[in-house]
Design a protein around this ligand. Structure first.
Ligand SMILES: CC(C)(COP(=O)(O)OP(=O)(O)OC[C@H]1O[C@@H](n2cnc3c(N)ncnc32)[C@H](O)[C@@H]1OP(=O)(O)O)[C@@H](O)C(=O)NCCC(=O)NCCS
Length: 163
């Protein structure tokens, strides 16, 4: 089956097709993440994530989708560009954060994640952005292996403290 990659998309309406994909990612995190507590309610998780995407679309955010021949969204990547020289990393033209990357469970291991990542990478190169960044939950070992196989290197550890 042919997969079509679209993006960068910046219209809010493009977010409407993402709920089942985000829910699949959230359920995946509930299954594999070693840190607790996480938000239990996948529906509420989408409400909050959609609101974040809306804010980001006004602030350097962009969506890339992977669709099958019937137009069904099989996966997506959401990015946020921070232009300008970074103060810590050697990225004189800025950094693009891969805020989300998700492929539906039945469509994984067919190269769609790699196609989405390639689209983001080509976008970064076109924008002269030097560096991509992604955060991976501890326990999400297969996603981490996917990123490392794609060339990412771990550079930071993010720690959480309940107050
Ligand atoms: C990580 C992810 C986006 C990769 O997409 P994909 O379409 O499966 O990627 P590709 O087919 O291009 O490459 C898959 C490879 O990555 C690895 N991989 C990562 N996650 C995997 C998963 N859940 N199932 C199987 N393989 C996985 C495997 O090594 C696999 O190798 P294979 O193709 O030889 O089986 C996708 O597996 C996914 O959506 N996972 C759950 C959500 C997630 O963790 N997203 C990342 C959040 S930071």
């Amino acid at each position: 089956m042919t997969t079509t990659i679209d993006g960068p998309l910046t219209a809010r309406e493009a977010l409407d097709q993402l709920e089942p994909l985000w829910r699949a990612l959230h359920l995946h995190h509930l299954e594999v993440a070693t840190y607790r507590p996480l938000l239990d309610d996948a529906g509420e998780s989408w409400v909050r994530r959609r609101a974040l995407y809306v804010r980001l679309l006004d602030d350097g955010g962009a969506l890339f989708t992977a669709r099958n021949e019937n137009g069904q969204a099989l996966g997506y990547a959401f990015t946020q560009t921070t232009p300008g020289a970074d103060d810590t990393f050697d990225a004189p033209n800025g950094v693009i954060e891969l805020v989300s990357l998700i492929v539906l469970p039945d469509a994984r291991s067919e190269g769609i994640g790699t196609q989405l990542l390639d689209a983001v990478r080509n976008f970064a190169r076109r924008e002269s952005i030097d560096m991509l960044r992604v955060a991976v939950m501890l326990g999400n070992d297969r996603a981490r292996a996917f990123y490392e196989r794609s060339g990412f290197t771990a550079a930071e550890a993010v720690l959480y403290l309940k107050t």
